[in-house]
Design a protein around this ligand. Structure first.
Ligand code: HEC
Ligand code: HEC
Length: 424
């Protein structure tokens, strides 16, 4: 008997049949609703009839958005059971403190009464109870809390993190740190190390490592090799068409790294195997990751790099800068094609990164031991630059290339090149 879910695929019209109806061994797709189950099944089995493809794709992207924003993959086991973050949040993390470590609030999740209360100053932003109220509203970007009413009081009994914690920010339209979500934009205000260091179970030495990382950075290799040298949180937009994922091109598709992060970094329930790093992790007894990967990837691929805001660069200078980029700057020899990267054809030795040599070398801690030429669409948006954030501005990037690669560009050429980068 063929037990493949593809063989058992229902006709397109029946695609909203609850997943649970298909057999006793159905994975826990129904946790996410039947749309998710259908979308995942269709993705895994190559999609439905051609007239359904657009619909299937839109449904998949929408499910992926939900996963990206709200799914913890069961990582409460790490953030609640192990790190006991729910206790710290309840005791000491009022909204002012939360905003100060870079957490963002989704203004669209706030009911009018709360918005009015914040405006009028009647919502106490110095009380952890307000943070719990925000978590109850699902309004803290990237944090997912379970709030239960115990003896008439709201108590935070569980907390976990989602992809949006690091890879979303807000547009500050309501107040600094409070606004509409901008998915895919790296949260460079977020201080993940400082947040982890709030955990009451960590010893002083670990806390010292985490607090040394700083804003907008995280070390996704630290829990594997024990070394500490964080990298900047990169954007999760503009990745359609790029088949080398991460700074070092470790994976050929997003799902590779999405699985890695969900299990190895976030602590989600599932498995990751990376023989090149001799890494084998299984958290828990169920897999809450694998069946979500197609939708999660589809959502990320649907997020374009943001265009440069009008008036943010000098158009005439940018046009001249393009000629420098393609000519004497030699930038286009690596940042080639419409995505400004040669990632799909080659990776580069460590010395091609202007941030190297560094100790320890980030490349040396990864699967490929090389670097990918960074795609440059939307590069205006996410200073600082290079994997270690060592170039504060695009002008600094240009100056560093000019010096290290002995390009001999004039001051005018360097200024024009920086304007061009701002326009991408
Ligand atoms: C604690 C912060 C944090 C969280 C949470 C996080 N990431 Fe990341 N992410 C990073 C950092 C740091 C890197 C850079 C690693 C590298 O490239 O070597 C990264 C890299 C990536 C990349 C590679 C981008 C590129 O240019 O190739 C993708 C895609 C990504 N993350 C997606 C996700 C998804 C999906 C989730 C949720 C499952 C997630 N991340 C959760 C910090 C985070
Ligand atoms: C030999 C190949 C090569 C050449 C030539 C090259 N780059 Fe790069 N570029 C890379 C690599 C590899 C990275 C990733 C380095 C890192 O993250 O440490 C990178 C990163 C960058 C970044 C940082 C992007 C980010 O997301 O942080 C910018 C900006 C950039 N390059 C612009 C330029 C400009 C401008 C030139 C020409 C003056 C140039 N590059 C020439 C390979 C190259």
């Amino acid at each position: 008997m063929n037990t493949s879910p593809c063989a058992a695929k229902p006709p397109a019209r029946a695609r909203h049949t609850p997943a649970g109806a298909r057999g006793a061994t159905t994975p826990p797709w129904n946790l996410l609703g039947t749309g998710m189950a259908a979308a995942v099944l269709l993705a895994a089995c190559g999609g439905g009839g051609s007239d359904d493809i657009a619909f299937d794709q839109a449904a998949l992207v929408e499910q992926g958005r939900k996963i990206f924003r709200y799914d913890t993959f069961g990582d409460e086991a790490k953030w609640t059971d192990t790190l006991r973050m729910h206790e710290v949040i309840s005791a000491a993390v009022d909204p002012v403190t939360a905003l100060s470590v870079g957490l963002k609030v989704d203004a669209e999740a706030l009911p009018a009464a709360v918005v009015d209360g914040i405006r009028a100053g009647t919502v106490d932003l110095k009380s952890p109870a307000t943070t719990i109220a925000l978590l109850k509203l699902d309004a803290v970007v990237g944090l997912k809390g379970r709030v239960e009413t115990i003896n008439g009081q709201d108590v935070l009994t569980q907390v976990g993190i989602t992809c949006a914690l690091c890879h979303s920010t807000v547009d500050d339209s309501f107040a600094p740190g409070i606004g509409k979500r901008l998915d895919g934009w790296p949260n460079r205000d977020l201080n993940p190390g400082a947040i982890i260091a709030l955990s009451p179970v960590l010893d002083a030495a670990s806390k010292q490592i985490f607090t040394s990382w700083g804003k907008g950075k995280f070390d996704p290799r630290n829990n594997v090799d024990g070394l500490s040298k964080p990298v900047v949180i990169p954007p999760a937009y503009g990745l359609e068409g790029i088949h080398r994922i991460t700074f070092t091109g470790d994976g050929t598709e997003l799902a590779y790294w999405n699985r890695y992060v969900a299990v190895a970094e976030m602590g989600g329930q599932g498995t990751v195997d990376e023989p090149r790093l001799n890494l084998h992790i299984t958290n828990g007894t169920q897999d809450l990751v694998t069946f979500k990967l197609p939708a999660l990837q589809a959502y990320q691929l649907s997020i374009p790099a943001p265009a440069a805001p009008a008036g943010s660069f000098d158009g005439a200078a940018a046009l001249r800068g393009k000629l420098v980029f393609e000519g004497p700057g030699t930038c286009a020899t690596c940042h080639s094609g419409p995505l400004f990267t040669d990632a799909n054809t080659r990776l580069h030795p460590p010395e091609d990164s202007m941030a190297e040599p560094e100790t320890p070398s980030y490349a040396s801690r990864t699967a490929t031991k090389q670097y990918r030429s960074s795609p440059l669409k939307g590069v205006w948006q996410h200073a600082p630059y290079f994997h270690d954030g060592s170039a504060a501005t695009l002008s600094d990037v240009v100056a560093i290339y000019n010096r290290k690669r002995a390009l001999g560009l004039t001051g005018q050429q360097m200024a024009d090149l920086a304007e061009y980068l701002k326009s991408l």
